[in-house]
Design a protein around this ligand. Structure first.
Ligand code: BG6
Length: 525
């Protein structure tokens, strides 16, 4: 007969499980996060921006959190002629510059000692032969080599298909002794047809469970918290629908321009670069039905259903505004058309605002207003749920504009917080109302642990959890919504508004809401 569990009990076969007392006084088994599987991560494009700014700092942080196994290695592939030693020195410098925390020598050394560099031309089959030999060579003192391979394609999108084909031809994708997974960066396709073609090409070489299509917004803590907030709290779900919600606003505002990415951005534009992926995922998490479990496919089934329920977009200023940033003499900011590698007569949009309807029982007739842009007045990512106004009957003498509807703000960037705005009586003999705010700041409760957003995603890929990655159908559903618009923009001279760099976008974006008696909520309020 086994004895009853006591606080502090540790299961003999699991250094990771122990019995703890919950705040309600019950005994529960606590399962700390498991260490990632022993694996070699192969980074294509290892000398590029993404690797230095995000991937290596994320690996450094994962190691700091003790989530990487001893059997972990990185094979870095890039076009630059470098040796492993010079690459390690570069990483050491980059970690100091781009790491999210102050780097510690010992932890840097742990990571650097696991790096090897292979100068490679990704079109050359010989590069894959060398990679195969490197992956087969022992790295550990005991002659061991992690059996699993994680390939990260941090390359221009045109190379995604060819690299996977060459990996397959070199026999590097066949699972047997260990798993083989491929992380594909965005943009996944340029339109619906190209996304479908890439999906088909990958499906001929990999099974869906090996493909991890990344969207770094899903790696952000507060984005993941949307699900926890909605489904772990009994008080919000009953009012999360068309009976109580008037409309939803999603803003992803950036202060940066296109920087050095003009040649990519000028062919992409805000709709492809931000709306089709990041904004639609914020919308999907906000609007989805509760999944039957937190299994990857259960969650992804619900996300894709939201996208499929979106009504077709119309080309009209009442539903869709596109704009491009102009110069601002006051701040010396240049116009988009004067950016390096941007066509002087470019019609690419750097700002989009749109009104969407999610045509299902929960959301019928509730507008979702989305906006995103570069060179806006502030950096802010927010989802604001606007609840319906309370009946005015008791406050007849109060000016209507003073009786503000309740708002719930899910702030994702720059500071992660959740705030509820509601009305309260202003102290004094007269009945006057004022809006007050209750807020929860992540940093106050959980401490500020600056992250790149890639930690969770890399860790999930190394533990086989694809919940936060896109399935083929999710990517295609996103493209299916924007594709008709992108085609129409390419074929017609539909209106392109302009806005001053550093403003909140063109007046037409305000008119989109004003037409329906609403206004954008200024971020950060
Ligand atoms: C990327 C876009 O996916 O997201 C960039 O390509 C954009 O244009 C970036 O600047 C924004 O990400 P974040 O995490 O800074 O909000």
């Amino acid at each position: 007969m086994s004895s009853a569990p006591r606080v502090g009990d540790v299961k003999p076969d699991a250094i990771v499980e122990r019995t703890v007392q919950t705040p309600c006084g019950e005994l529960a088994v606590e399962r700390p996060v498991r260490v990632a599987d022993a694996a070699t991560m192969v980074i294509f494009g290892a000398t590029g921006d993404l690797a230095k700014r995000k991937l290596l700092p994320a690996l450094y942080n994962l190691n700091g959190d003790r989530l990487l196994p001893e059997g972990f290695a990185v094979v870095a592939l890039g076009r630059d002629a470098m040796t492993t030693d010079t690459y390690r020195e570069k990483v050491s410098r980059d970690l100091q510059e781009f790491g999210t925390v102050t780097t510690e020598r010992l932890k840097c050394e742990w990571l650097e000692s696991r790096l090897s560099y292979l100068p490679s031309n990704f079109d050359d089959p010989a590069a894959y032969e060398r990679l195969r030999e490197t992956l087969a060579a022992p790295i550990a003192a005991d002659g061991g080599r992690p059996p699993n391979y994680l390939f990260y394609l941090a390359t221009p999108p045109l190379l995604f298909g060819p690299i996977v084909e060459r990996l397959s031809a070199a026999g590097l994708l066949a699972e047997g002794r260990g798993w083989r997974r491929v992380i594909i960066e965005k943009p996944f396709g340029h339109d619906l047809d190209s996304a479908r073609a890439l999906n088909r090409r990958l499906a001929g070489l990999l099974t869906e469970h090996q493909i991890y299509r990344i969207d770094h917004y899903l790696g952000k803590e507060t984005v993941q918290n949307i699900m926890a907030f909605r489904f772990a709290n009994g008080i919000f779900e009953p009012i999360w629908n068309r009976r109580y919600i008037d409309h939803v606003q999603i803003t992803v505002a950036e202060t940066v321009g296109v920087e050095q990415r003009g040649s990519y951005y000028d062919r992409a534009g805000a709709m492809r670069d931000m709306v089709q992926n990041h904004l639609f995922q914020l919308l999907a998490l906000t609007a989805m039905e509760p999944p039957i479990s937190f299994e990857a496919d259960a969650v992804r089934d619900e996300r894709v259903k939201v996208l499929r329920a979106i009504q077709p977009l119309r080309l009209s200023d009442a539903a869709l505004v596109r704009a491009q940033y102009d110069a601002n003499a006051a701040t010396n900011a240049r116009a988009y058309r004067d950016e390096p590698e941007v066509a002087p007569d470019s019609r690419t949009e750097t700002f989009v605002a749109l009104r969407l309807l999610v045509d299902n029982w929960r959301w019928a007739d509730v507008p979702f207003y989305l906006r995103t842009g570069k060179r806006l007045a502030a950096r802010a990512t927010e989802i604001v749920i606007h609840f319906k106004r309370a009946p005015l009957v008791l406050f007849r003498d109060t000016p209507v504009e003073c009786l503000q509807p309740n708002q719930l703000v899910l702030r994702i960037q720059p500071n992660e917080c959740i705030a509820l705005r509601f009305e309260a009586k202003v102290p004094g003999p007269r009945v006057r109302l004022g809006t007050v705010k209750m807020d929860f700041d992540y940093a106050d409760y959980f401490g500020a642990a600056p992250r790149t957003g890639y930690e969770t995603l890399l860790y999930d890929a190394m533990t086989g959890d694809s919940t936060l990655f896109h399935r083929a159908d999710i990517v295609e559903a996103g493209w299916a919504i924007v594709d008709p618009i992108l085609r129409a923009w390419a074929e017609t001279a539909d209106r392109l508004h302009t806005y001053a760099s550093g403003s909140w976008g063109p007046p037409a974006a305000d008119a989109l809401l004003a037409r329906e008696g609403r206004a954008w909520q200024p971020p950060g309020m």
